[in-house]
Design a protein around this ligand. Structure first.
Ligand code: HEM
Length: 619
């Protein structure tokens, strides 16, 4: 039996969130960093751009449309004269109202409020007028389409093809249920390169680390950009990047500001922001406080990352604003696995309105009210203002996407690093000892008050701490480097040549490498010092007697490797140093913790459930 966690979508409408409803439109209050604003639930138009969104271009596939009708519980009435139709006519006859304080939404009709108003919410995509024979025909066409999609057969020279028996879904459910063992079984049967049908996508997996360079060698045909641009459209409603390589290149050039001297400035800001978060805590009495570990890590990482990149909220109710923004963000992030699938956002409950609300928080006007933004944000904003008018809401979508990249993986990494440390007393003692020695050697006090101030070089010297973070990443990352195949090509692997079809995806899948016993001794164990050797960082790992160039890949591969990895690691190190130095910490829950694989292929996994812990300021 599949548990709910197992039945989550990988790609495509493999399964819907339990409470999937069609609730396209709702008026909502936005509380952004810049204060409160009004955000009308807008459908069929891109907020702030005044142009109609053509839902036909984003129209759901037939399967999604069919499921949409079923999930929405809509009676598909003959003649189309149902309540939804009446409501639409009513809405059409209503004069569009201008919402106050929302000049960029000039003539938008008030939000459609009916959960059942499927056709209204989906623009031109309407199910209402379908009669019963029409529905039967649509169903037949749908089944035909699914069968045709799944009818692909392996051509000579192509990798082994595994498509399962489920049309469209292929082997998605099996894969998600137990990814590691499933892939291991396939590897035994088919070797290191094979193609899977997963939720309507044909993905060729490359498992052997010595074959990873095939992706680099064929970088012209295997595009990271095309793949991410599709995700940016789906998840963040960023449209302009798809046809604007120049803007894309310019935005990429900003990543240099996440390294070198700019990284030193970011580190300084991280320290100041941590001080802002922890100073009030340190003045508190030394009684135990209880919290959920994932929630706790999420709050702090969210707060310090937001403030470090976008600046400080000056309003008196800063904490409340940050907390509300965080809650919305995490709700949205929770839908990420569905958003990257083929399920249209309109079918994901209130996700669309959450997306719009969040984008609005990141528009130029709101971010301009913050104090002390980073260089990387400023440069991105300048570039975006070259390609959009300053008021364009899509600028907010770019910032939301960048912010998502900066916290979505950092939060679970922080969680796992802390969880493993607290579960392994010997690791905790060794890391604390390493930090103490550094603080002593740099003349820093551990007493009351916030004094810790370390440079990047000093942080870099904490190799046990770094090894702990890397080990947490090894155990919990299922990052997959995915590329879109732009034209038919032949991969010349060491074993033989493989033909790959245009339109497919190619994926480097390091999850297997991370738990390969030939590379990592007792791979299922957490060993805090796995990446330490003779008092130095260990960087040599072997497979089949050959040294591996890539042995740990939570940050991706090649030119697209995460540009924020240095910031992520120093942020987590700084936070752990403060927690371990100033606080006593204990896990209370005694349950074993595992990743939930809901974000399989996409970054660091969340735990199956949160875990209770307690902390108090050291006396
Ligand atoms: C532990 C934390 C993090 C992990 C595990 C992580 C992981 C990744 C991965 C796997 C990719 C895709 C690479 C590929 O597919 O080849 C990526 C891309 C990216 N990450 Fe991170 N990341 C983390 C933190 C951050 C932070 C803190 C920032 C920003 C400050 C950031 C900014 C980005 C950006 C902008 C991209 C897109 C790069 C591009 O378009 O070429 N990440 N990250």
């Amino acid at each position: 039996m599949l548990t709910p966690a197992h039945s989550l979508p990988l790609f495509g409408p493999s399964s819907f969130p339990r409470r999937t409803r069609v609730l396209f439109s709702r008026s909502c209050r936005t509380v952004g960093p810049g204060g409160e604003g009004r955000c009308a639930g807008v459908e069929g138009r891109e907020a702030g751009r005044g142009e109609s969104t053509n839902f036909v271009t984003q129209a759901p596939g037939p399967a999604a449309a069919f499921l949409c009708a079923l999930r929405a519980g809509q009676p598909l009435r003959p003649g189309g004269g149902g309540a939804a139709e009446r409501s639409r006519r009513r809405l059409q006859s209503r004069r569009p109202r201008r919402s106050q304080g929302d000049p960029e939404l000039p003539t938008r009709p008030r939000a459609r409020r009916r959960a059942g108003d499927v056709s209204a919410g989906m623009g031109r995509f309407s199910l209402e007028p379908l009669s019963l024979p029409g529905l039967a025909l649509a169903t037949a066409l749908l089944l035909l389409a699914l069968c045709l999609r799944a009818r692909r057969t392996r051509r000579p020279g192509e990798p082994p093809l595994i498509k399962g028996w489920l049309p469209y879904l292929g082997v998605a459910l099996k894969f998600q249920k137990d990814p590691l063992n499933y892939i291991k079984t396939l590897q035994k049967q088919h070797g290191d390169i094979f193609t899977l049908l997963l939720g309507g996508k044909y993905i060729t997996f490359i498992l052997d680390p010595f074959q990873y360079p095939l992706v680099l060698k064929n970088h012209k045909q295997l595009s990271f950009r095309v793949f991410t641009n599709k995700i940016l459209v789906k998840v963040f409603a960023i449209k302009k990047l798809t046809d604007n390589d120049e803007m894309n290149d310019e935005l990429h050039s900003c990543y240099q500001l996440l390294q070198g001297k700019s990284l030193d400035i970011l580190l300084e800001n991280v320290i100041q922001n941590l001080k802002q978060v922890f100073e009030p805590q340190l003045l508190k009495t030394t009684s135990w406080e209880t919290a959920q570990l994932f929630t706790f890590c999420g709050s702090i990482i969210f707060d310090i990352t937001f403030t470090t990149i976008y600046g400080n909220i000056l309003a008196g109710n800063r904490r409340k604003l940050i907390s509300e923004l965080k809650d919305d963000f995490l709700k949205f992030d929770d839908k990420f696995p569905y958003l990257v699938s083929d399920i249209p956002i309109e079918l994901l409950g209130d996700t669309k309105s959450l997306q719009k609300k969040l984008i609005k928080c990141f528009i130029s006007e709101n971010l301009a009210k913050l104090q002390g933004c980073s260089e990387v944000f400023q440069m991105r904003q300048n570039i975006l203002e070259k390609y959009y008018v300053r008021e364009d809401t899509e600028i907010g979508a770019h910032h939301l996407a960048f912010f998502w990249a900066s916290v979505a993986n950092t939060i679970p990494t922080m969680f796992w690093a802390m969880y493993y440390l607290l579960q392994h007393p010997e690791a905790l003692a060794a890391v604390r000892d390493e930090i103490d020695r550094l603080l002593q050697s740099t003349g820093q006090k551990k007493g009351p008050g916030f004094f810790i101030h370390l440079t990047r070089e000093q942080l870099d010297s904490l190799i046990c701490l770094e090894s702990t973070i890397l080990e947490a990443l090894r155990l919990c990352s299922s990052t997959t480097s995915i590329r879109f195949v732009q034209e038919d090509l032949t991969l010349h692997s060491e074993i033989k040549d493989f033909h790959i079809r245009k339109g497919d995806l190619v994926a480097i899948f390091p999850l297997l490498l991370h738990v390969d016993p030939e590379v990592f001794d007792a791979p299922e164990e957490f060993r805090y010092d796995r990446f330490v050797e003779d008092g130095k960082k260990k960087t040599t790992f072997y497979k089949r007697g050959k040294k591996l160039k890539c042995y740990l890949m939570p940050f991706g591969y090649g030119a697209s490797k995460c540009p924020g990895r240095f910031l992520a690691v120093i942020e987590i190190k700084q936070l752990l140093i403060i927690l371990l130095t100033y606080f006593d910490l204990e896990i209370i829950d005694d349950k074993p913790m595992e990743p939930n694989y809901k974000r399989l292929l996409f970054g660091i996994q969340h735990p199956k459930s949160d875990v209770l812990f307690r902390y108090k300021v050291k006396s």
